[in-house]
Each structure stands twice: as structure tokens, then as C-alpha cells.
Design a protein around this ligand. Sequence first.
Ligand SMILES: C[S@@+](CC[C@H](N)C(=O)[O-])C[C@H]1O[C@@H](n2cnc3c(N)ncnc32)[C@H](O)[C@@H]1O
Length: 434
Amino acid sequence: MSIAEVPKSRESRSRLSKTPPYAQPQSSNQPECAHLKSLDDLGALNFYCFGGRRDFTDNFRALVVGSGTSQSAIDLAEQLAGTDAAVVYVDASEQVIDVAQDHAKTRGVCDDIEWIQASPLDLAGMDLEPFDYINCCGMLETLPEPTAALKSLKSIVKPDGALGLSFHGKYGRTGVSQMRDMMSLVNRETDDAADAIGLTRAMIDRLPATNWCKRSVDLFPLYDGIEDAEIHDLFLSQQHCELSIPDVWEMLDSSGLFLVEHTREQRALCEPQFAFPEGPLLKQIQKLPRRDQQAATELYWGAITRHTFWAATQPETIAPLTDPDMIPFFTRFAAAHDVQQSILSTAGDEWLWRTRLAGEVDVSITFHVAPAARRFVELIDNQRTLAEIVETILSAYNPRPPIEEAMKIARYVMEVLLRQDLLLVRHKSTSPHS
Ligand SMILES: C[S@@+](CC[C@H](N)C(=O)[O-])C[C@H]1O[C@@H](n2cnc3c(N)ncnc32)[C@H](O)[C@@H]1O
């Protein structure tokens, strides 16, 4: 069987007083919340950053810096409930911490989180035990020297640890960035935050069709009822840098970190195999180093508003699909979409998966459901190892086909489903992720 289809720093200084605290976007179609969910999924984290071998029940330490209203800290604490893991929340703003604690109380995990009011640059001097995982999203770009802050975070991650990072994307935010520049001029003589927000609202209401912010409403919907905090964060807050893919690679290089993988929602916007059909264009792009392939694909779509990815202190941290002691499992995301059942109930020999990303970019994966591939999917139960599944498949045949043939089919299934993190693997020595 063949494998089918197998800057820099842009400053906009505002002199506003009494700015509203940061609030996570409320609109249902804002992509950013979804990125963070995938980033903190322990199954994905283990697969991408710990070779599938991290047992989260064994003294795992997670830190969320610039955590805001704390979605990531809560998600981690919920997944780690009942273990001896530590989840530490850090934010500079007392007001934000109060809101975050209310959210955590509502979700029943407030006491499972350690709360610290600090800046990332202070953390290195606080004598904290090193962390396995540090999440820092949407915060470094607000600092005057993001690379220095990233290096400081790296100094408190374990030697085999990982980071989940997220930065504003340069090209997807073209409209927002121009609007910020415009509002920085318009508000230059305004000291009052409420006035500045009022002026920004008035501007939004009369943006012409030619305006870049208006042109990119599919990326940043200026919906009715947009909150003041969101307007402030998008158009009026201080010192935002927006990064392209080459900027991200450069920042990681100079911090001694390795880019592991973009999260599910981002990957298709920067990996060429999602953008281009098999043919000369794809072939040519795939001759380039990985960072250049990603750079070209980012420019092709122009829709990355946020780079969200895992970085590691060591190269090559992704779990091997060839290890017979790995246990394949359908992810929380796949379970939510009933993927396993959907494949098994496919009437024809092709299963098609479609999902819509930021900027209304459609992504699809096609899966050829040959009988052995279907049986492989059927046997996945988050307990059987690859070796056990393959043995079960082979034992049904007489004469018995060579093991390599079954492994090839297993690998095909896993590679296809892995493209959107529908299926991942973990080592048999680890406990299942909750
Ligand atoms: C844009 S929000 C991001 C929140 C959350 N990480 C997310 O992605 O939704 C940035 C957060 O960083 C916090 N922050 C800003 N500067 C900080 C600093 N120097 N140290 C720690 N937190 C900071 C702000 O209070 C805010 O809660």
C-alpha cells in the first residue's frame, strides 16, 4: 500500500491611563482560545515534546506565565487533577489574578494552582524548582526585549523540558497593525482611556472597504458587542511585536531552543503539504529547509494571526511512530468529533476529514480505508501497543503476511491521522492522559 497524499518590534506608545484589564476574547469565532487548548493538551505535549514517555503522574511541574484569565492554568490543573503535579500561575497584574482565581474557583481547581504575582524576568531569581513545561502565550511580545525574557524562561525549564509559546503573527495581523498605527496618531492628544476607546469605536464604524482591517474581518471579526478590553488589547495596548516565521525561528535560535511543531490549528497554515497539491510547486518547496518551507507557506496563506507552537531544549523530541511499544490513542479533539466511529462507519473506501481554520482556510485529509487499516483503527483503545495491534491483525491471516506489511499499514494510518492530531502515541510505560 502506498502512503496516500500519503521585525520586527513595532512600537505604538499610548499615554492612556486607566486601561481595562486584559480579557480573553469573547467572540465564539476568535481562533486564539482554540490554539491554547491544543497547546496544553497533555497527550499532544507528551507526544511532541517528551517522546511520548513522560508520565504526568510523576512529579510533573508546569508553569503558566502571563497567564491572564488563566485558561491554560485551569486546563492543565484539570488534566493533572489527582496527581502530585504542580501548576504554577504567574501574572504581573493583581487585577487579572483576581479574575483568574474566580475562574479557577468556578472550575474547582483554584487550590490546585499556586498563584504568583511576578514578571518573567523576576522568576529566574526566585529560587523556583525547575519546570517540565512552561506555557507563555501572548505576553512576551508585550515586553521591550522578548528574547531576553524567553532566555530567562529557558533558564528555569528542566534540561529535557519544553515550552508552549504563542506570538502575534506579522502577516495575519496586517490590518490590526495598521489600525494600531492609525489610532496611535488619532489618540496622540488623548489621555483618557474611555475617550480613546470611544474614538476607536467611531473609527471602526466608518472603516471603508479599502482599509486593511476591514479587508481582514475574516481574521479579526469586528463584531457587534466587542468589549472595551478587547478593543484595547487589539488596537491600543502598548508595545506589540509581530513575528513572521523567520522571526520565530531566529528568536528560538538565539535563545538556544528548538521549534518542535506548530499546534494543530496552526500547522496547516505553515506546512506546504496542506497548501499545495502533489506537483511541481510542492516538490520545489519541499526541497527547502523546513524553516523556509514554513516561511513560504505562511506568505501563501497570509492568515497566521498568531504563531502557537511547542519549543524544546533538546532536538528530536517527537515520539517515534515505529516503536512497537507505543500505544496509539485518539486525542480529546478526535473524540469530540467521534473520529474513530466515523472512520469505522465509512461506507466507501475513503474517509474525508475537513476542518476550517482562521481566515476561513479549509483543511482536509483523506484516508483510504483498506480492510487492514479499518481493523487497525478498530483495535485502537488507548491500551494496546502497536506490537499487540499488529499481532492481532496478522494472526487473522493464513498464511500470515510479513510483519513489515502490517507495520506499513499501521504507519500509514498514524501518519495520516497525525496531520491534524487526531491520533497520537504514548509509550506503554506511561499512564493514559485524562
Ligand atoms: C495578552 S494576555 C495573555 C493571556 C494568556 N496567556 C492568553 O494567551 O490568553 C497578556 C497577559 O500578560 C500579563 N503581563 C503583561 N506583562 C507582564 C509581565 N511583565 N509579567 C507577567 N505578566 C505580564 C498581562 O497582565 C496579561 O494578563
